[in-house]
Design a protein around this ligand. Structure first.
Ligand code: MBD
Ligand code: FE
Length: 280
């Protein structure tokens, strides 16, 4: 466990780095030599072009070197890449889809979240803060067929903007769950509305944001993975209308079709959202 009671960027960053290593996506050997040469060559050329065009000084070059070293020290490579690059990778990966295109995964997905005993209520604390939310809808294939063997995985920040397993003092699976759909492809999940998320301000990414005079916010969001046999995995995020950061998300991961339409319901809200998966 990375957490010692403080909420430091390094603790969250190192947890995200460990999480990425555990996920087994580190397949550098699977990229063939010609492609490595093409991509690494293009990246190096782009960086050199910036130096020449902007007349980068030795002082600036050394500031960059020190900062890159710090990104690693703070374990913030997953955070840095997912905030500033993953959105373009996601665009390329999903541009062919007829169904939902989705959005970025981000650094805080953990596989194998539990299916709750009642099939509907996400694991949460007895006194979990935030507006109660019933989140429901249907999973279909692009031809309209309901997908009865689909599964909806949901993970999101709590009412203070913290993710379980990446911030201290939260139950392991808090606000993380896996929900099988019913015979008509319908899912219904009881949870609470997440708060906007601020990326850690005391690490390398926070240092860059402060030095550049940017803000560190993502709008409040739900993270999802929707899967069904014979269909492409959909990784998505959903957002809430009126959030001041829907238009300037630091991770550039908001799309108009991903903004929910919550309706007041009792003490809380009811939100309906259907997912359409592309056959493989
Ligand atoms: C998040 O919660 C997130 O979703 C992304 C993409 C980056 C950092 C934190
Ligand atoms: Fe997130």
């Amino acid at each position: 466990n990375e957490f010692t009671g403080d909420e430091s960027a390094a603790a969250a960053g190192n947890a995200a780095t460990d999480n990425f290593r555990r996920a087994g996506k580190t397949g550098a050997a699977q990229v063939d030599q010609a492609r490595v040469s093409e991509l690494a060559g293009a990246l190096i050329k782009a960086a050199n072009d910036i130096v020449l065009e902007k007349k980068v000084t030795y002082e600036e070059y050394n500031a960059l070197k020190a900062w890159l070293i710090r990104v690693g020290d703070d374990g913030e490579w997953p955070l840095f890449l997912d905030v500033w690059l993953e959105h373009s990778v996601e665009d390329v990966a999903t541009e062919h889809r007829e169904g939902n295109k989705g959005s970025i995964e981000g650094p805080y997905y953990v596989p194998d979240a539990p299916v709750p005993a009642d099939g509907h209520t996400i694991p949460m604390r007895e006194d979990e803060g935030g507006t109660a939310m019933v989140f429901h809808g249907q999973v279909r294939s692009t031809d309209g067929t309901p997908l009865k063997d689909a599964k909806v995985e949901l993970w999101h920040a709590d009412n203070d903007g913290f993710y379980s397993q990446f911030a201290p003092n939260l139950p392991e699976w808090n606000l993380r769950g896996s929900f099988p759909v019913d015979a008509e492809g319908n899912y219904s999940i009881n949870t609470v509305q997440p708060a906007p998320y601020q990326i850690p301000t005391d690490g390398a990414c926070g240092q860059l944001i402060a030095a550049a005079g940017w803000h560190a916010w993502r709008p409040a969001h739900l993270h999802l993975k929707v899967s069904a046999p014979g269909h492409e995995l959909l990784t998505a995020q959903l957002y809430f209308p009126g959030d001041e950061h829907n238009d300037d998300d630091i991770a550039s991961a908001v799309k108009p079709e991903l903004i929910l339409d919550p309706k007041p319901a009792g003490e809380g809200v009811d939100v309906e959202y259907d997912f359409v998966l592309d056959p493989v």
